[in-house]
Design a protein around this ligand. Structure first.
Ligand code: 5GP
Length: 142
């Protein structure tokens, strides 16, 4: 498998070298909005540890990411009055991975509303800001 590349875009976001709409951070994980959401509130949860995908991350770091996704899923249900949540993680090109720092997708779903295909549209910053505020407010409520 190809080695982890510290110049990938999510590593740059983690280091504060590239902007994002941050939702949550703790000692182990960082969560921010997907710039091309497949549903409103589509969030990415990433480990702070450098890992390309599920094939090189430690089980412990993967568990931290899963805990982060669990937290975001509950907040997203509230924030978007969602009917359900999709959690996805792709490892390697054959699986559809395009950014090589492990990330878990957390996507709020509403009955009868299909997910947009990946990379359909770069969302407006103002829309993303609104979604980030809703999610952060729901997280603050606990
Ligand atoms: P993958 O297919 O690797 O699991 O998904 C990568 C995701 O990263 C896609 O959903 C894509 O929209 C998102 N993405 C790509 N570049 C950026 C970026 O610069 N910022 C943010 N926030 N998301 C990105």
């Amino acid at each position: 498998m190809t080695a982890y590349d510290p110049e990938n875009i999510f590593a740059k976001i983690l280091r504060g070298e590239f902007p994002c709409h941050k939702i949550y951070e703790d000692d182990h994980v960082f969560a921010f909005l997907d710039i091309m959401p497949r549903s409103p509130g589509h969030t990415l949860v990433i480990p702070k540890a450098p890992a390309r995908n599920i094939l090189d991350i430690t089980a412990e770091d993967f568990a931290h990411v899963a805990r982060g996704a669990h937290k975001i899923a509950h907040a997203a249900m509230k924030a978007f009055k969602a009917d359900g949540i999709v959690v996805q993680q792709f490892s390697e090109p054959a699986a559809g991975q395009v950014v090589y720092h492990l990330h878990m997708h957390v996507m709020p779903r509403h009955d009868g509303v299909p997910l947009l295909p990946p990379a359909t549209k770069k969302e407006d910053t103002a829309v993303l800001e609104g979604h980030a505020e809703k999610l952060k407010a729901a997280l603050a409520q606990g």
